[in-house]
Design a protein around this ligand. Structure first.
Ligand SMILES: CC(C)(COP(=O)(O)OP(=O)(O)OC[C@H]1O[C@@H](n2cnc3c(N)ncnc32)[C@H](O)[C@@H]1OP(=O)(O)O)[C@@H](O)C(=O)NCCC(=O)NCCS
Length: 148
């Protein structure tokens, strides 16, 4: 049971820091919930066009992570991961919402993602499939759902 609020924040994590020293230790712990082949995967070249990281924390402990890299007019969401005991409470959805708000501010509303396996949480968040397992959404429709 989470007895403290989940706090979402945009991380000031310079790309150069991750390239030189890897992910900070507490974020590595979250990334271990991703498939093993990703644990030591190098950052994609697109990170040089933008690198944005958001975390979900309970107290001082990060329990969820989402990060995106630059694409023309938008951002590609590279990874979303939530520690197992904290899943199915809407944390991944809220992380996507935080990325969406950030990208709207940067005038990069076109978000895309290649979900790893399960796609239901991605479509629930508002993404729709386009081609080759790629899902897209206009960030403005996540932050301000139509009809509101
Ligand atoms: C996928 C993942 C990020 C989802 O995190 P989460 O915080 O549990 O997701 P949410 O609680 O925001 O879920 C949103 C919706 O999707 C559903 N959902 C979440 N994970 C699901 C799964 N594995 N299978 C089916 N539905 C799922 C939730 O039930 C929820 O629906 P609801 O509102 O009707 O309950 C998390 O399971 C995870 O870290 N998995 C391992 C890493 C991974 O595969 N990441 C995906 C990279 S693209």
């Amino acid at each position: 049971v989470i007895d403290q609020p989940v706090v979402y924040s945009r991380l000031d994590l310079p790309l150069a820091r991750v390239l030189a020293r890897g992910w900070p230790r507490n974020l590595r712990a979250i990334r271990r919930s991703l498939p093993a082949h990703l644990h030591h995967a190098p950052l994609s070249a697109a990170a040089r066009c933008g690198f944005w990281v958001v975390t979900a924390k309970v107290g001082r402990t990060p329990v969820g992570l989402a990060w995106a890299v630059g694409e023309p007019g938008g951002a590609y969401i590279e990874e979303v991961a939530v520690l197992e005991p904290y899943r199915c409470r809407g944390i991944a959805t809220a992380l996507l919402g935080e990325i969406a708000r950030w990208m709207i501010e940067l005038d990069r509303p076109n978000l895309s993602i290649f979900p790893l396996s399960d796609t239901r949480w991605v479509t629930k968040a508002g993404f729709r499939p386009v081609e080759c397992d790629r899902y897209v959404v206009d960030a403005r429709t996540i932050v301000e759902p139509p009809g509101r």
